[in-house]
Ligand binder design. Structure first.
Ligand SMILES: *Cc1c(COP(=O)(O)O)cnc(C)c1O
Length: 435
């Protein structure tokens, strides 16, 4: 059966005349999988309906924010109440305090937070803060890690940049790019070399504690510990970019999960309950480098927006109430899918790797283990495109790229998960393995 997408196709024809490439974020483009994007009409729980009336089970979950699925009642009712009180103040409000207190309560080592409107702003401001505090210029990131689209961080950036095959982004000056040094993920020695050569000039190391933007790549044992030790040794700040892992891997994010405290951390996605929110968080001694206490400038007209704050607060409060059994159940569903697919592929000798941790996984089209960008970039993206098309046609939405995560939400039922496995097995049998 082939789903009919006539309305999406004509919407997309119009969209490309109004919006570059027809999409407001390149990761939404289907060019890499030889298709046109599905235009969503509405969503509820684990389901999404498109403008042609097709129903899908959604495993994109808005790229992470919707950990309870679409249209969660707790979040919606908080938002509805706030709408009558005011949608934007540009002034302090109690909702900011509530969300800030919640983050301080649940994330290890965090004493203060600064709210922004996206993950990009959070990481951009975190590295500015690190540079201001240390009075050093250089930063280190890891190949294949994505930290949003600010100039300094768009170097070897995985995700959409990798999907579009863009090695270096025009518009980022050579001077800016030269202040960003790149180490290999899961290779502490590559970071040690950079510190040995430039130790006195490195302001910070920023890392996705679990890589999600080259597909899911968990940290190997000891990797995060080594980064922590090197940063301490050389007086550089360690920034955990927890935009995906925050409130997902555990309530306290990767810092709780791995028992490692960063100096600064950044949040996005889940923190806004589906609204545009980001946040820089950390110890008071660092956070008070920000104006108006300190001299590192950072600002935002819509920062701490009351609607976004109550949505985030409702979502985090619900996660806190649900407790660790909630995270265990998400992880159980995710590992059910991952291990079912791993077993199936082993039986059929398909050259596929399945990486999973917590409630995220990626199926990589590669015969070799995927542990960093070198190994991820060798995946067969043509085979992925075939797999993606079969999944879409079977009514399952996953990100249209090999280099992204599949997200499990609380709204996914055991039935949804079993149906996903069944569809994926059928899709894998149709992949032209010689291509
Ligand atoms: C999504 C993401 C960002 C960027 O967040 P936006 O809200 O899209 O700007 C930064 N870091 C990581 C790890 C992300 O996954």
């Amino acid at each position: 059966m082939t789903l009919v997408h006539n309305n999406s196709v004509s919407a997309f024809q119009k969209a490309v005349t109004l919006i570059p490439g027809g999409v407001n974020s390149p990761v939404r483009a289907f060019g890499n999988v030889n298709d046109t994007p599905v235009f969503y009409d509405h969503a509820r729980g684990s389901k999404v309906w498109d403008v042609d009336g097709n129903c899908y089970t959604d495993f994109i979950c808005s790229w992470g924010p919707l950990i309870f699925g679409a249209g969660d009642e707790t979040v919606l009712s908080a938002v509805k109440q706030q709408l009558d009180k005011g949608v934007s103040f540009g002034a302090p409000c109690m909702a900011e305090l509530q969300l800030a207190q919640k983050i301080v309560d649940v994330v290890p080592g965090v004493e203060e937070v600064r709210m922004v409107s996206s993950g990009t702003e959070a990481t951009m401001s975190a590295i500015r803060l690190a540079r201001g505090l240390t009075q050093r210029n250089k930063i280190v990131k890891f190949a294949g890690n994505y930290h949003g689209h600010s100039d300094s961080l768009l170097v070897s950036a995985g995700s959409g940049v990798a999907t579009c095959g863009i090695p270096d982004t025009p518009g980022v000056t050579a001077a800016t790019a030269s202040d960003t040094m790149v180490a290999r993920y899961n290779d502490a020695a590559s970071l040690e070399e950079l510190f040995a050569a430039h130790g006195n000039d490195i302001a910070c190391v920023i890392v996705e504690p679990v890589s999600g933007n080259m597909g899911v790549v968990p940290p190997e044992k000891g990797f995060l510990e080594s980064i922590r030790a090197l940063c301490t040794q050389y007086g550089a700040l360690l920034i955990f970019d927890e935009v995906i892992t925050g409130f997902r891997l555990a309530l306290g994010g990767a810092q709780e999960y791995f028992g490692i405290e960063a100096d600064l951390c950044t949040f996005g996605k889940i923190i806004g309950g589906g609204f545009p929110v980001g946040c820089i968080a950390g110890k008071r001694q660092f956070m008070e480098g920000f104006a108006p206490v300190g001299s590192v400038y950072q600002a935002g007209t819509l920062s701490g927006n009351p609607v976004a704050m109550v949505a985030g607060y409702a979502q985090l409060s619900k996660l806190q109430q649900a407790g660790s059994v909630f995270y265990d159940e998400l992880a159980r569903k995710c590992s059910f899918i991952a291990s079912s697919l791993r077993t199936f592929c082993a039986e059929h000798e398909f050259p596929v790797q399945v990486n999973n941790i917590g409630s995220v996984f990626t199926l990589f089209f590669s015969s070799q283990p995927v542990c960093n960008w070198d190994s991820a970039s060798r995946c067969n993206t043509k085979q992925f495109a075939h797999y993606f098309s079969s999944m879409l046609d079977a009514g399952f939405l996953i990100a249209p790229s090999q280099f992204e995560s599949v997200f499990i939400s609380a709204a996914h039922t055991q039935e949804d998960c079993e149906a996903f496995v069944e569809a994926a097995c059928r899709a894998l049998q149709r992949v032209p393995w010689n291509e």
